[in-house]
Design a protein around this ligand. Structure first.
Ligand code: ADP
Ligand code: MG
Length: 417
């Protein structure tokens, strides 16, 4: 392009100068002296023309250079905009783990303004258990010269820690300017949640499959043993052992109750869904729950919203779900405390909530909620919440948990029909 411009300008120039060069001077001057003078004049004209041509060349080169610089600047700012405003979180680290650059999304993720982040150690935004993995990540990136991916827990300013994936690679020729690592940071909170949920559902499935078999294998012999023990209690020769025999029956009944709960996790249990009012179900259970609560001087109050529609529910399962949540709530509270059970409509959802004033759920327990057989209680079965999750799942409802020092709220979010 540049060449073409130069050639065309040069031709233009020559066309302009030819009459001066050939026409006027050479035709008029004929004698020898005059020819010499003419030759000098011609030489001067030629030199001037050369000079003009060189000046022109320079000017053209200068203009082309400016154009290229402009294009370069434009493409640079296009890439800078792309980098700055990309939803992907980019960051560059030096070999000491200091942030040398970060885009706006990356800065937002770390919870600080970009200008304040540059030069800060990335380790201050990483959970203390993830600091070593972070430096190991940079080291293995340097040693292999390849892309490295590591799971970390990031701890942004003024926000809760969250799981993240950091993908780094040394850019080509990075060593020439001191080692730099270009990284992408991905928030994987959602993915971790899904993985956990999947694991929980898988364990529920497994339990469900096992449940049907257990019913036959364990319950029948137990019924026979219980029958014989009952028979013995009526025989005079067993009178000295009456207390022990009664204890055996109580324990067998408890085992049977556990199995009944366990069986309700069965995967292919047929559902009997029909339109029901959640409020009526709660009201129907109130006397039972109140007497349970009053037994240990605790209170149950209801907050039932009038404008919630009927839902397609299996009434037996709903009763069980409510009782399980309420029992857990009561067990977590001290005498004199209050448990609230309520309903309300929220957008396309109908929410049933059970709020207690108990001790709250510590994080290590939170992460295991709903795992079959997980219990922190001496006499617990660890099946109550598993059953609740399984019932909610069968009703296409989601369970949310909010917990703190002042208590725990379990919400079951149903879709409006
Ligand atoms: P269990 O009640 O037999 O222990 P669950 O599955 O019902 O089994 O509950 C599992 C665990 O979850 C409990 O042992 C308890 O540590 C915790 N938990 C459940 N609900 C609450 C609650 N409302 N407040 C505090 N902790 C709770
Ligand atoms: Mg329980």
């Amino acid at each position: 392009m540049l060449k073409f411009v130069k050639v065309s300008i040069r031709q233009n120039l020559k066309r302009k100068m030819l009459p001066v060069n050939g026409g006027e001077y050479v035709a008029q001057l004929t004698s020898r002296g005059k020819r010499k003078a003419a030759a000098r004049t011609e030489e001067r004209v030629r030199l001037r023309l050369d000079q003009q041509e060189r000046d022109l060349d320079l000017e053209i080169q200068c203009q082309a250079m400016q154009e290229m610089l402009g294009e370069l600047e434009e493409s640079r700012s296009r890439y800078a905009r792309l980098y700055d405003y990309s939803p992907v979180r980019f960051a560059t680290f030096d070999d000491k783990g200091l942030i040398s650059d970060v885009n706006l999304a990356g800065a937002a993720l770390l919870g600080k303004e970009r200008s304040l982040l540059i030069g800060s150690p990335m380790a201050t935004f990483v959970d203390k258990d993830s600091v070593k993995p972070f430096f190991d990540h940079l080291r293995s990136c340097r040693l292999t010269g390849k892309q490295v991916i590591t799971d970390l827990i990031l701890s942004p300013k003024n926000a809760a820690p969250f799981p993240a994936l950091i993908i780094s690679f040394p850019p080509p020729g990075a060593g020439d300017y001191g080692l730099q690592y270009m990284s992408i940071i991905v928030d994987i909170t959602e993915r971790k949640f899904m993985e956990k949920e999947l694991l929980r559902l898988e364990s529920l499935n497994l339990i469900g499959e096992m449940a049907a078999g257990i019913a036959h294998e364990v319950r029948n012999p137990m019924t026979i043993v219980r029958g014989f023990i009952q028979l013995f209690t009526r025989k005079r020769e067993f009178t000295p052992y009456e207390a022990q025999l009664n204890l055996m029956i109580t324990e067998l009944d408890r085992a049977n109750a556990i199995i009944t709960e366990y069986l309700s996790l069965a995967k292919n249990k047929p559902l009997n869904k029909s339109p029901h009012s959640l409020n009526r179900i709660v009201e129907g259970l109130m006397p039972l729950m109140e007497s349970d609560a009053l037994h240990s001087q605790k209170w149950i109050v209801s907050q039932l919203s009038d404008n919630i529609p009927e839902l397609f529910l299996d009434i037996q399962e709903m009763r069980q779900l409510i009782l399980n949540f309420v029992r857990n709530g009561l067990e977590a509270m001290l005498s004199g405390e209050r448990l609230t059970i309520g309903t309300f409509a929220k957008g396309h959802q109908v929410v049933l909530f059970i709020q207690d004033q108990g001790t709250g759920i510590p994080p290590e327990v939170m992460s295991k909620l709903g795992t079959p057989f997980f219990t922190t209680k001496a006499n617990g079965t660890g099946l109550g919440l598993s059953i609740c999750y399984s019932i909610a799942h069968r009703h296409n409802a989601q369970i949310d948990v909010k917990t703190g020092d002042s208590g725990t709220t379990f919400s079951v979010n149903f879709q409006r029909p």
